[in-house]
Design a binder for this molecule. Structure first.
Ligand code: C2E
Ligand code: MG
Ligand code: MG
Ligand code: MG
Length: 290
């Protein structure tokens, strides 16, 4: 196989860079081949309305198995970003998740689909038209689709990315600021981007039960988001205690292992059909009231 061009790292020594590059080149080449052969899979994680206990959406998450082992997305997303493969990845995730989603909504008409985009793609001028066309081909409406943006590089104010975000909004797509509070996903993004949803990073959610500081931070983010009329999603709810804390703070939507891990398309169908009985929160509720 032909090896791909290495990215230029700035913060490592030359020797380290050379061996790092060798390794990441080989991995990037494997990833590129996996893309070409359609091996990248999509899983879905339910998003729950915490007031009604219903599934309101599904988040598409890319999965790559190398020699039978799942490679962590954080790893291959960074690789895809560095090696200019992120566009190809997005194309495949969009294609696969929409085709599954078109079937999922026949079980639940209220369902939405969330797709993750990397901020490095937001200079891709043809991205809005591409997504709009795909959504139309599957007989869906952009209103059903939320684009989750994680900032992995600092976005410049007035850069082309804001124009692309605005075009997405005009088409009717929902826009979510992902991992809010961590990395570069910041107040600056909120100030300048036309977002409709805010997802609070799981680090804050998971430390709410142990530190008052996290409670105060989450409470403040929720208040801020409410004033800006954004939907609020708490990510990383793992325990009943986490759930109680986020409800107390006023989060209306949540995601996390407590409700469901990301699951493959076959499991989504089962999950949608049996949600009322299988939702851990309903189960506990039924036990307490019967
Ligand atoms: P994200 O968009 O913030 O997605 C949430 C991540 O948290 C997912 O990790 C999910 O599996 C994990 N998660 C959900 N609930 C819990 C929980 O209760 N506890 C814990 N510890 N983790 C939980 P995953 O699938 O490993 O993805 C990591 C990141 O990779 C995503 O973070 C997203 O930024 C990126 N990513 C994944 N798929 C794609 C994709 O198709 N395109 C792009 N651009 N990025 C993607
Ligand atoms: Mg996300
Ligand atoms: Mg997130
Ligand atoms: Mg994340």
């Amino acid at each position: 196989d032909e090896l791909l061009e290495p990215p230029q790292f700035t913060s490592v020594s030359r020797a380290e860079q050379k061996s790092d590059n060798n390794l990441s080149c080989r991995l990037a080449t494997k990833f590129s081949n996996a893309l070409k052969s359609g091996e990248i899979d999509v899983y879905f994680q339910p998003k729950i309305n915490l007031e009604t206990n219903e599934i309101t959406g599904l988040e598409a998450l890319a999965r790559w198995q190398l020699a039978g082992v799942f490679v962590p997305p954080e790893h291959f997303i960074a690789l895809a970003e560095n090696y200019n493969l992120i566009g190809q990845l997005t194309n495949q995730i969009v294609e696969k998740s929409l085709s599954h989603f078109a079937r999922f909504i026949t079980f639940n008409r209220q369902l939405g689909l969330s797709i993750n985009l990397s901020s490095v793609e937001l200079c891709q001028q043809d991205l809005p038209d591409f997504l709009f066309e795909k959504v139309t081909v599957y007989g869906l409406s952009p209103h059903m689709i939320t684009l989750e943006i994680t900032e992995t590089v600092l976005l410049e104010k007035n850069s082309v990315s804001l124009e692309i975000l605005a075009r997405f909004r005009l088409m009717g797509f929902q826009l979510s600021i992902d991992d809010f509070g961590s990395g570069y996903s910041s107040v600056n993004m909120l100030q300048n981007g036309p977002f409709t949803e805010l997802k609070i990073d799981k680090v804050f959610i998971q430390s709410m039960h142990s530190t008052d500081k996290s409670k105060i931070i989450v409470q403040s983010i929720v208040d801020l988001a409410k004033k800006l009329e954004l939907k609020i999603v708490a990510e990383g709810i793992e325990t009943r205690q986490d759930l109680q804390e986020v409800i107390k703070a006023g989060c209306k939507y949540g995601q996390g292992y407590f409700f469901s891990k990301p699951i493959n398309a076959t499991h989504v169908t089962t999950c949608l059909l049996n949600w009322e009985d299988n939702n851990p929160n309903n189960r506990a509720h039924k036990k307490a009231t019967s």
